[in-house]
Design a protein around this ligand. Structure first.
Ligand code: ADP
Ligand code: ASP
Ligand code: MG
Length: 415
């Protein structure tokens, strides 16, 4: 794709936190960007906060309050990305390239007003295109935007990937490079499994499922946007130039890379940042589940899995998973509601995680579930809850056996 003014090809790159962790890292990123710019490209760079900055800012706020206002958290957290973006612009100028850093708000990222989980409503690309046409490298803060009421918002943890893809759409780029501390998407998290395989490509649908089930190499909403607008993602290393993983439509992937054989399972994902919540002894009446999940929904609590056990003596148990970071909100909502709906007990278990297989074979082949459960059983890992769809099977297990569970399932299907 090219800028309207001078037909220059556009390159959108996103660098994650580890890739801009120190001044040295930032200088290295600047040098890499300069190489691309001097090949004649118009370059937009989206950056995350340096290293663990976001975590550190959250810890600071926790020293002052157990439940800080979400608006103030956005004010606090969006500062992290401003530091890395301005430093990168300074480093680029030092390398002899004209550069400008922009906040999400300045770059035209308009969101709704859901603080800490804002949804993107629109990206106005004109300002970015104007700078590109003037020959500047545009460095934009990831993870943040502005509401129509002029309030600063953030997109949720890991949201810089989503910013990058949204900006790519906003300026008409067809591809977006996600440069990170791994050199592609693997069949499982390389930090957990010893010998995972790098995927040359992965379909939007499978990648979305992997990311939603915990593969944090991509923020799941970045894949939704990429799929919707047909933007291809290239996940590769920020420190070395080597082929990464192309995330694209399955038609294009199959055509371009071929498939020696039908792939049953594309990968194994896991998520340790979840908690199990159970409402025990809930009266078996219409409307009860509705009131529980509607209340959580109004506070933007995303439910990852729901199981309602068979009714016994007019009562049910409702169990579900939420992300750990929403647990404070869930407790607040359900402690008030449990009595009202006549539940006998509210249980919260933070010591759980999920292990999931993802692939088109889940729907096509019988026996995948049996193989997965047996692989876990051989390791004496007990399965707490199970959830399935056309593309995945997900099991809740004890958090302290999660790594072992991922390794066992990976061995069964992918080694
Ligand atoms: P960044 O800061 O660049 O956004 P993240 O930490 O968010 O990086 O994502 C990269 C990490 O994702 C890797 O270090 C790796 O541990 C993890 N990861 C989880 N699942 C996978 C997978 N299937 N393939 C590659 N990386 C994965
Ligand atoms: N800095 C934010 C976070 O740590 C956003 C991101 O890195 O994508 O979650
Ligand atoms: Mg990330």
């Amino acid at each position: 794709m090219s800028t309207p003014a001078n037909n220059t090809p556009i390159l959108v790159q996103k660098y994650g936190g580890t890739s801009v962790a120190t001044a040295d890292h930032i200088r290295r990123v600047a040098k890499r960007v300069v190489v691309e710019k001097r090949k004649g490209k118009a370059v937009v760079v989206v950056v995350s906060a340096m290293g663990k900055t976001t975590d550190e800012l959250i810890s600071l706020s926790r020293e002052l309050s157990g439940q800080p206002a979400r608006r103030e958290m956005d004010m606090l957290l969006h500062a992290g990305e401003i530091i890395s973006a301005s430093l990168l612009a300074i480093a680029l100028e030092e390398e002899g390239e004209s550069a400008v850093s922009l906040t999400g708000s300045q770059a035209g990222m308009i969101t709704d007003d859901t603080h800490m989980q804002a949804r993107i409503e629109e990206v106005e690309g004109e300002k970015i295109l104007g700078h590109l046409t003037s020959g500047r490298v545009v460095v934009i803060t990831g993870f943040q935007g502005v509401s129509r009421q002029n309030e600063i918002t953030t997109l949720g943890r890991g949201g810089s990937d989503t910013s990058a893809v949204a900006f790519a759409v906003g300026i008409g780029a067809r591809q977006c490079e996600i440069l990170t501390d791994v050199d592609g998407v693997y069949t499982a998290d390389p930090r957990i499994v010893e010998n995972p395989r790098k995927l040359p490509w992965c379909s939007y649908d499978e990648m979305l499922e992997m990311a939603s089930l915990g593969a944090r190499v991509l923020h799941s909403r970045s894949i939704e946007i990429a799929r919707k607008f047909g933007v291809e993602l290239i996940v590769s290393s920020s420190s070395e130039e080597m082929p990464g993983t192309l995330v694209c439509s399955s038609e294009k992937g199959r055509k371009e890379f071929g498939e020696m054989e039908e792939v049953l399972i594309r990968g194994v994902a896991h998520n340790a940042d979840v908690a199990k919540v159970a409402l025990l002894g809930v009266p078996d009446q219409p409307g009860i589940a509705g009131s529980v999940f509607e209340t959580l929904g109004t506070h933007s609590v995303n439910i990852l899995l729901i199981v309602q056990a068979e009714s016994h003596e007019g009562h049910n148990d409702i169990s579900f998973l939420v992300s750990s970071e929403m647990l404070g909100q869930v407790r607040e909502d359900l402690e008030a509601l449990a009595d009202k709906i006549g539940a006998s007990k509210l249980l919260v278990d933070e010591g759980v995680g999920t292990v999931s297989v993802v692939g088109e074979g889940v729907q096509r082949e019988s026996g995948i579930a049996g193989r997965m459960f047996s692989a876990l059983a051989r390791e004496e890992i007990n399965i707490d809850l199970i959830s399935t769809s056309n593309l995945m099977i997900s099991c809740v297990v004890a958090e302290d056996s999660l790594a072992q569970a991922v390794q066992a399932v990976h061995r069964e299907f992918l080694e």
